[in-house]
Design a protein. Structure first.
Length: 258
């Protein structure tokens, strides 16, 4: 009897995992359509029955996918109205999933500029605080992350994870709970912009020395130098991103002329 129960439990667990993957995939597909502008704010998504039939999924899976989107601020469901796409102002823009969906395609210039504006507001101030408040453990975490970046390079997933670890350690070292709460969002922004910059060609410039300067300033307990080094790092990252877009725009312009 116990073996039958165990087998049933395993089957149920497998079904739950499959369901989780399914509604996660549906949420991603709908999320990409929303953030890319295919579905615009105010648009009503297909009803649960129609959508589940069209996608050939259960109504439960579709309902769970919509709940994921609602939790991220992308949609709002109301009785007798349906599921409506929310205005961009309500989107949780720093949610790692939302950022990944935005970078599925070409984010517009304004959105990229906004993202780097946020980083320039948050990260240099966090670096200045880190220079005053960092612990030995946080400093060690930054150093380990730098070593990982140098070993693996930012062209690899391991190198990008080390890059995220560096920024995360620096934010934690600020000692400000509200800044620390931005860690997952800033980390996702760092990762996705790094991937985005390399989608056409390898990085033209090695950004590791910029990170090294931030680390050295934090280690030296010099808040002014840490602020300047982090601001320079983010500004150069923005320039790299802007330059990486130029060949794409040129191709579009050439295609239009031909």
């Amino acid at each position: 009897m116990s073996s039958k129960k165990s087998a049933a439990a395993r089957a149920n667990a497998k079904a739950r995992r499959k369901s989780l993957r399914l509604h996660g995939t549906i949420a991603r597909d709908l999320g990409v359509l929303i953030v890319s502008g295919r579905y615009k704010p105010g648009d009503i998504l297909n009803g649960e029955i129609d959508a589940s039939d069209r996608l050939q999924v259960s109504r439960t899976a579709y309902r769970e996918a919509v709940r994921i989107l609602a939790a991220k601020g992308l949609v709002e469901s109301r009785p007798k109205v349906g599921t409506r796409v929310s205005p961009q102002a309500r989107w949780h823009m720093l949610d790692p999933d939302v950022l990944s969906w935005i970078f599925e395609f070409e984010p517009d210039d304004t959105l990229l500029s906004n993202l780097f504006e946020l980083r320039k507001i948050v990260e240099p101030e966090a670096a200045a605080l880190a220079a005053l408040r960092r612990t030995d453990e946080e400093l060690q975490a930054m150093e380990t992350a730098l070593q990982g970046m140098a070993t693996h390079t930012l062209a690899s997933e391991a190198g990008r994870l080390a890059d995220q670890d560096f920024h995360s350690a620096m934010l934690r070292a600020s000692g400000n709970a509200f800044i620390v709460s931005l860690t997952s969002g800033v980390g996702a922004a760092v990762s996705w912009t790094t991937i985005y910059k390399q989608r056409q060609n390898p990085l033209r410039r090695d950004p590791i020395p910029d990170h090294q300067k931030v680390y050295e300033a934090v280690k030296a307990a010099d808040p002014k130098a840490a602020h300047a080094a982090m601001l320079n790092l983010v500004e150069l990252a923005q320039l790299d991103t802007t330059n990486s877009r130029k060949p794409v725009k040129a191709k579009v312009a050439n295609a239009a002329r031909s």
